[in-house]
Design a binder for this molecule. Structure first.
Ligand SMILES: C[S@@+](CC[C@H](N)C(=O)[O-])C[C@H]1O[C@@H](n2cnc3c(N)ncnc32)[C@H](O)[C@@H]1O
Length: 316
């Protein structure tokens, strides 16, 4: 078992992907390559294209997958379509998204993702990216901060925490995770369950904003669905209610024929369903897995299948 990241619901992911020899698959979120390795062990005859925006993940996976011949791509999965086109891939037989951050990213203090490890505020998945949490916390207006905490953290003390940040940085820049934690605690107190939840929500909201995670997900899901060959499957594991809502809504939209408003009697949208939804409700990890891997507790796994007779993207 790798200490980099323990893959969540690996068997269910494999069952759902229905790998076949010679098929072309994508791991959109390679991380420590736990799922990718499980895919190769289940079906060594696959062709795998794997993405991660984090150079450390690509380096780890290069070692772990040394016995196989994956194409590892350091890129945002938002650019899935163009990156695959660059590799002359026109259609895929399955794709896996295991969203969020890896244990390695959270546990590595210097990445600045975690409120219980003191470090410079950072939170960039791709460390070549310019925008970091340091900039967001010190340079965003109070209104912008309130919006980030409310929108991405669903935090009810968003306004008070944004104002506390504004007051604190008027005298001294907020440099570290500990600085930010102290400001949050000055608003919601120390030691209670609610204070802990607020810290989780504020740090998560900043991470989602810094990495523009929700927009990337929407773009990539739509492109992935278009790229799927008939019968190909898309498997998405999310750990945050906003992500799961995006997955659910995009699957629902792409599994629907007409999407005209109810007042329109004769369809004018010409929308045709491309997907069959395989999981009416999200699948969750079992109690045994949750007790051995706490990160699996919030996982929600949704699966859909490209309808037969649907083509993937035509190259222009
Ligand atoms: C939960 S981990 C994946 C763990 C992996 N399934 C395993 O078994 O080791 C999520 C990974 O996705 C990457 N990631 C998140 N959003 C991304 C994006 N938009 N584009 C590319 N990689 C992304 C993160 O850097 C992280 O390494």
């Amino acid at each position: 078992m790798s200490s980099y990241h323990q893959p969540v619901m690996a068997k269910t992911c494999l069952d759902m992907l229905q790998l076949k020899a010679g098929g072309i698959y994508v791991d959109a979120t390679l991380g420590g390559a736990g799922h990718a390795l499980a895919m190769y062990e289940a079906e060594p005859g696959i062709k795998l294209y794997a993405f991660d925006r984090d150079a450390e993940a690509i380096a780890e996976a290069t070692q772990r997958l040394a016995d196989y011949d994956p194409i590892l791509i350091q890129a945002n999965f938002r650019d899935l379509r163009t990156s695959l086109a660059y590799n002359k891939v026109k259609g895929i037989d399955g794709i896996l998204f295991d969203l969020g951050v890896s244990s390695h990213q959270i546990d590595n203090a210097e990445r600045g993702f975690s409120f219980d490890k003191d470090a410079t505020l950072d939170m960039r998945m791709n460390r070549e990216q310019e925008l970091s949490a340091l900039q967001v916390v010190n340079e965003s207006s109070t209104g912008e901060l309130r919006h980030i905490f409310r929108e991405y953290g669903e935090e009810h003390a968003a306004g008070r925490i944004a104002r506390a940040i504004e007051n604190a940085r008027a005298t001294k820049a907020i440099a570290t995770t500990n600085d930010l934690t102290a400001i949050i605690e000055s608003v919601v107190g120390v030691g209670s369950k609610e204070s802990l939840k607020t810290k989780v929500r504020i740090f998560q909201a900043l991470r989602i904003f810094v990495n523009d995670e929700l927009a990337a997900l929407s773009f990539a899901l739509t492109d992935a669905i278009n790229l799927l060959n008939p019968g190909g499957r898309i498997v998405v594991m999310s750990y945050h209610s906003l992500e799961d809502r995006i997955v659910k809504n995009i699957f629902k939209l792409e599994a629907t024929d007409c999407v005209c408003p109810p007042a329109i009697i004769n369809c004018i949208c010409d929308h045709k369903s491309k997907l069959k939804i395989i999981t009416k409700r999200p699948l969750m990890a079992g109690s045994e897995e949750i007790s051995s891997n706490v990160r699996s507790r919030s996982a929600k796994l949704r699966v859909a299948e490209k309808k037969k007779g649907e083509q993937c993207y035509e190259e222009s």
